[in-house]
Design a protein around this ligand. Structure first.
Ligand SMILES: *[C@@H]1O[C@H](CO)[C@@H](O)[C@H](O)[C@H]1NC(C)=O
Ligand SMILES: *[C@@H]1O[C@H](CO)[C@@H](O)[C@H](O)[C@H]1NC(C)=O
Length: 393
């Protein structure tokens, strides 16, 4: 089997001797990005007993899954239109063949050595390997493995190293692995040559999707009461991309140190969600606001003010209802004064503009008819309004 791996590997190496030239990619604007972009291949293997193992493989660029592994037929699944990066079909095929050997051979080797290394069924093995892109250049590569959820070993400087605290079992495994020089060379080459080349090509090919900016929406709500006389204010921020975001409860320009950030959670559409909470005494909620900064907002931070448990929109709606009521009352009292008749109120509102001679505001049938002098007073007043209105038009 080792021979096969070596043969396949020769194929890979022939395609990839050229050095990486990431600066030629024109991705300088990524240089300022705070977080490095990491490409990682994950393998999770669950060993149930000495004849049954379940394997899962996937590859990720940052938070986006780019590849899957179909264990049944042993093929790479390309999950994005750009998942092949700039690798040729042939190079991808060689990689796939290498992965087939790995996914087939690795569990068998582990089963064979399980007894010698006192691995107790059932057990879980996790492997993460890849490289990272930071400030416009490929900076690091890594391979680490965990046994039963704890760090077990890693590959560093060309050899296998037991993780601190992983015990004598990890030491023994590393000692054995380190005897296979060819495997170490293959792993080293995959990590320090193949991975960076692939990553550079992948970033270039997926650039538009990777750099896509989606603006967050934000809203406020009240959380479960943290105690008597206290409120928990919640600021929800959702639908943003990329992941880095800044959310803070503020009083004016002052950041509220008590702001607690939740975890950034994924939405189903590959955008993100974050909640920031603040516990305050009931009387101190006034004047607080939630402020959100995100790259998609271009410096125009979102600021939402806490309005006593109501959203600002709701408050505006209440305000407009109150204003309308006040206007009605004022109009009403004006009508009452003019007509001494409450019945007229409705016609005052529906047709405040004007009574002609034959269309008087107060019905003739009404007992409370306008006196002639009152009517002419109303008319002059209306004429005045009309004149001043004409100034505006
Ligand atoms: C893909 O892009 C990288 C980075 O520009 C380059 O080094 C490499 O030669 C390209 N092609 C292949 C097949 O790797
Ligand atoms: C191994 O585990 C599988 C799945 O739990 C089970 O179906 C199978 O019978 C087990 N085999 C042995 C030899 O215990």
């Amino acid at each position: 089997m080792l021979l096969l791996i070596l043969l396949l590997f020769k194929g890979l190496v022939c395609h990839g001797e050229s050095a990486v030239a990431p600066q030629a990619l024109g991705l300088h604007h990524r240089a300022a990005a705070e977080e490095p972009l990491i490409f990682r291949v994950l393998h999770i293997a669950s060993f149930k007993n000495n004849s049954w193992v379940q394997s899962q493989g996937s590859a990720w660029l940052g938070e986006l899954q780019t590849h899957g592994w179909n264990g049944t037929i042993g093929t790479i699944q390309f999950l994005r239109p750009w998942s092949q990066g700039n690798f040729s079909k042939e190079e991808m095929k060689n990689l796939q063949a290498l992965l087939q050997l790995y996914f087939h051979g690795f569990p068998m080797e582990v089963q064979t050595f399980a007894h010698q290394f006192q691995l107790e069924y059932p057990f879980e093995f996790q492997m993460s390997a890849g490289c990272s892109w930071h400030g416009g250049q490929v900076s690091e590569n890594f391979l680490k493995a965990a046994y039963q959820g704890s760090d077990f070993l890693s590959f560093q400087g060309g050899s296998w190293k037991p993780s601190p605290g992983a015990g004598s079992r990890a030491q023994n495994v590393c000692q054995m692995l380190n005897r296979y020089r060819d495997i170490k060379e293959i792993v080293q080459h995959l990590l320090s040559n193949t991975c960076p080349r692939f990553l550079a090509g992948l970033i270039a090919a997926g650039k538009s999707e990777l750099e896509q900016q989606v603006k967050p929406e934000a809203w406020l709500s009240r959380g479960p009461s943290p105690g008597p006389g206290h409120l928990q204010l919640l600021c929800h921020v959702s639908g943003f991309h990329p992941k880095p975001v800044w959310v803070m409860w503020m009083k004016g320009e002052q950041e509220q140190k008590g702001t607690k950030r939740g975890d950034i959670l994924p939405n189903a559409d590959e955008t993100w969600y974050l909640q920031a909470s603040l516990d305050v005494a009931a009387g101190e909620a006034a004047g607080l606001s939630c402020r959100v900064k995100h790259s998609s907002l271009g410096g125009h931070d979102i600021i939402i003010h806490w309005a006593g448990g109501f959203s600002v929109l709701l408050t505006l709606m209440y305000l407009s209802v109150i204003v309308t009521l006040v206007v009605l009352v004022v109009l009403g009292s004006w009508c009452k004064k003019q007509c001494s008749n409450r019945n007229v109120l409705s016609s005052c509102i529906s047709n405040p503009a004007f009574p002609s001679k034959n269309n008087t505001r107060c019905p003739r049938s009404s007992v409370h008819q306008l006196s002639l002098s009152q009517e002419s007073r109303v008319k002059t007043r209306i004429l005045k309004w009309k004149r001043s209105l004409n100034h505006f038009w």
